[in-house]
Design a protein around this ligand. Structure first.
Ligand code: ZN
Ligand code: ZN
Length: 400
């Protein structure tokens, strides 16, 4: 209903959005250490009349939850969330505003998320007479594998209390700039982390008869585990098992090591599939080890839950993007195999998690997220701000 005004305000903000994003980009901070980032966000929110509900989570000074009331009493509460943490990765973009911290960079684009939500915060503060109820902003630390995850901590410390709906957005370098990607229902997978240690008996590489070779047992395990997906699951049950670490206890070319440690990830949508993968990996590890006279130890840790978008809230998310950017910008996408801790919010509150292309004009970027050369097309920042502001005012003006 206020799309034109919101779009106009967002476009005007574009130079500031770039400035905020670059300032955060220069000073990236790892999970639970986002203190400078939080300081900057808090000082801007206070300037625009937000009340700070809580500064600092999980016993740190990282993260902030802030509220803005619309006109009148009562009404609903809509939460908007941006993650703000960086990655342990050395930037190789050569950008003039590149990270000034060795080994840390915003290679997932959370600097852009923070800037876009700041933009929305400013727009909403200027439009607060146009909606009832309350907007709650969640600037969340520690999305990138923080333990505990930022979303878990914010929820545990009450950030979702009284919240009726929640929205989140990730910029997406693998989509052309300005494409708005949405999906109803399941959107991102549940993750799991597994570890297998195969113990054998080391020896000289020239005398295999003195060994119980864990390299052969571990290789057998790796070569067999994809059959869990192709032969044991229903083909329509999407799932992934990948090996990320294969580490022998010694690294001498003419020795057989005592043991091999393997670690990897699983991705799936349904809890039954996750349980099947856990049981299957354990079974295969033990059998493959036994076949070669070795022993296997197995452990499994469930990670993030599957991310499932609410149908009604996603309709609001899509319609706002359509109103701001037109039908040509919309892309309804199938579920994908990545994971996101926004899923914890969606377990508690109806909401929608969407993506905004930032790869470049009409093209995806050659460098995906988590690449040292990851770059974004900053010209989309205003679109993210406008979308956040639009979905909040939509829900608070009309209800769903
Ligand atoms: Zn990431
Ligand atoms: Zn990310």
């Amino acid at each position: 209903m206020m799309y034109e005004r919101i779009g106009e305000l967002a476009r005007q903000l574009q130079p500031e959005l770039v400035e905020w994003r670059r300032e955060l980009h220069r000073r990236p901070e790892l999970a639970w250490r986002e203190v400078f980032t939080t300081d900057r966000i808090v000082s801007l929110l206070e300037r625009w009349g937000y009340s700070i509900v809580q500064r600092g989570f999980n016993g740190t000074q990282s993260g902030v939850v802030a509220d803005l009331a619309g006109r009148g009493e009562g009404g609903k509460t809509v939460a908007l969330r941006a993650d703000i943490d960086a990655l342990a990765l050395t930037e190789e973009t050569g950008a003039p505003y590149a990270s000034e911290t060795e080994g840390v960079s915003h290679a997932c684009g959370h600097d852009a998320h923070a800037a876009m939500l700041l933009g929305a915060a400013k727009i909403l503060s200027e439009c607060r007479d146009g909606f009832e109820g309350r907007v709650r902003l969640l600037f969340q630390p520690a999305e990138e594998g923080g333990v505990p995850s930022g979303a878990q901590s914010l929820i545990a410390e009450g950030a979702l209390e009284g919240v009726d709906a929640i929205f989140g957005m990730h910029i997406q370098a693998t989509l052309p700039s300005g494409v708005f990607s949405y999906g109803f229902g399941p959107r991102m997978t549940a993750s799991g982390k597994w570890t297998v240690t195969i113990r054998g008996k080391g020896s000289h590489g020239a005398f295999p008869e003195w060994s119980k070779d864990p390299i052969v047992a571990a290789s057998n395990f790796v070569m067999n585990l994809q059959a869990l997906i192709s032969r044991e699951l229903r083909p329509l049950d999407a799932a992934v098992v990948s090996v990320g670490i294969f580490k022998p206890s010694s690294e001498t070319f003419n020795s057989i090591p005592d043991r091999v440690e393997l670690q990897g990830t699983t991705r799936s949508y349904r809890p039954e599939v996750q349980s099947h993968l856990e049981e299957g990996l354990r079974r295969l590890a033990e059998c493959c080890a036994a076949t070669h006279r070795c022993e296997a130890e197995f452990s499994f840790r469930s990670g993030l839950p599957a991310l499932v978008n609410d149908l009604a809230v996603t309709t609001v998310a899509r319609d706002a993007a359509r109103a701001l950017r037109g039908d040509g910008a919309l892309l309804e996408e199938a579920p994908q195999m990545g994971s996101e801790d926004f899923s914890y919010y969606l377990e508690k509150t109806p909401g929608s998690y969407c993506f905004l292309g930032c790869g470049g004009e009409g093209t995806p970027s050659p460098y995906a997220h988590h690449s040292p050369k990851f770059r974004i097309d900053e010209s989309v920042l205003w679109m993210g701000s406008a979308w956040h502001a639009a979905v909040a005012t939509d829900l608070l003006s009309e209800g769903t």
